[in-house]
Design a binder for this molecule. Structure first.
Ligand code: PXL
Length: 278
C-alpha cells in the first residue's frame, strides 16, 4: 500500500485542508499520514476564527518519524500559515527525500484575485520559493500571479498567455506546473499544465458551473495528488481531479440549504473511484 504525508492545517469546521485531504486520499486506497500545522476553529472565511500554531511540534514529530524510519511515497502540502512552516516543509522534503518520492505543492493562499486573510505579497513570494522545490505545483491564477509578482489575469487571456505563465512558474524551479481555474471558452473551466522536461502542455476542461465554493481547490489538489500516487499519468490525474471537483459541486447544489462553506465531496466519492479505475 502506498503511503503519503499531507501537511496543512486542520480547520475543524469548514471542509478544507486536512478534513478534505485525509478522507479523499484515503478513499483512493492510499495510507494518509498527516502533519497538522495549525488548528483553527473554522477556515478563515468565517469571522472570529481561533488559531493555534503547532509549528513547535513539527521538529519533534519529524525526529520521531526519522527514528522509526518512516518512508513516504509522496508528500503533499496545502495551506501553510507562517514563514517558519514553509521553512519546515523544505526541511521535511530534504529529510524524507528518496528516489521516486513525489513532492506535491498546492500554494493555497488565495482566490479571485485576492490573498486569504493574513497573507501578504512577501508570503506569496516565499511560497514561490517552496514551489521551486516541488516536483509539481497546482496554483490557481491568483496564487500564480502573487508568487510571480504579476498582475492577476481575471479573464480575457489566451491559451498562449497561460502557456507563458506556466513557463514562468516552472522557472521557479519545479519541473511541472498545473494552473487551475483556467477558462478559455465560455461555459468551460479546467486546468492547463506544462512539463518543462519534455516541453509538453496538456489541458482538461469540464462544465463551468455558476457557483463558487470554498475548499474546491483543496478537493482538486487532494484528488490530483491521490491520482498521481495511484499511478495515473499527469493528463489523466488532472482529468480525474477536474471531474471529481465538478461532481462535488454538483452534489452540493443538488439540495436546498446546502453549506456555503464547503463542497459535498463526500457524496462524490463513488465518482472519484470510477475516475481512478479508468
Ligand atoms: O481552502 C484553503 C484554506 C485552507 N485552510 C485555511 C483556509 C483556507 C481558505 O480560506 O482559511 C485555514
Amino acid at each position: 500500500m502506498k503511503r503519503v504525508l499531507s501537511i496543512q492545517d486542520i480547520s475543524c469546521v469548514g471542509k478544507c485542508s486536512l478534513t478534505v485531504a485525509l478522507p479523499i486520499i484515503s478513499a483512493a486506497g492510499i495510507e494518509t499520514a498527516i502533519l497538522p500545522t495549525t488548528v483553527l476553529s473554522t477556515h478563515t472565511a468565517f469571522k472570529g476564527f481561533t488559531f493555534r500554531d503547532l509549528t513547535d511540534d513539527i521538529d519533534p514529530i519529524i525526529a520521531h518519524w526519522q527514528q522509526e524510519k518512516i518512508v513516504f511515497d509522496g508528500i503533499g502540502t496545502g495551506y501553510l500559515g507562517t514563514f517558519r512552516q514553509i521553512e519546515l516543509v523544505e526541511t521535511i522534503f530534504e529529510k524524507f527525500s528518496h528516489e521516486g518520492m513525489l513532492r506535491f505543492v498546492d500554494p493555497a493562499m488565495g482566490d479571485n484575485g485576492k490573498l486569504y486573510v493574513g497573507f501578504d505579497e512577501a508570503f506569496a513570494k516565499r511560497m514561490g520559493k517552496l514551489c521551486g522545490k516541488a516536483d509539481i505545483i497546482v496554483p490557481n491564477l491568483t496564487e500564480a500571479a502573487f508568487m510571480l509578482g504579476e498582475k492577476y489575469m481575471e479573464s480575457g487571456y489566451t491559451r498562449e498567455d497561460i502557456q507563458a505563465l506556466l513557463k514562468r512558474l516552472c522557472a521557479l524551479g519545479c519541473p511541472v506546473a498545473a494552473l487551475t481555474g483556467v477558462s478559455l471558452e465560455e461555459g468551460k473551466c479546467g486546468v492547463m499544465a506544462y512539463d518543462s522536461r519534455t516541453g509538453d502542455f496538456c489541458e482538461y476542461y469540464s462544465e463551468k458551473l455558476p457557483y463558487s465554493f470554498h475548499g474546491t481547490g483543496d478537493v482538486f489538489s487532494s484528488a490530483c495528488f491521490a491520482a498521481l500516487i495511484h499511478g495515473q499519468s499527469l493528463e489523466k490525474a488532472l482529468a480525474t481531479a477536474v471531474e471529481y471537483t465538478v461532481e462535488s459541486i454538483r452534489q452540493t447544489v443538488s439540495y436546498e440549504g446546502h453549506n456555503w462553506y464547503g463542497v459535498d465531496f463526500e457524496s462524490a466519492i463513488p465518482r472519484l473511484l470510477e475516475l481512478l479505475a479508468r
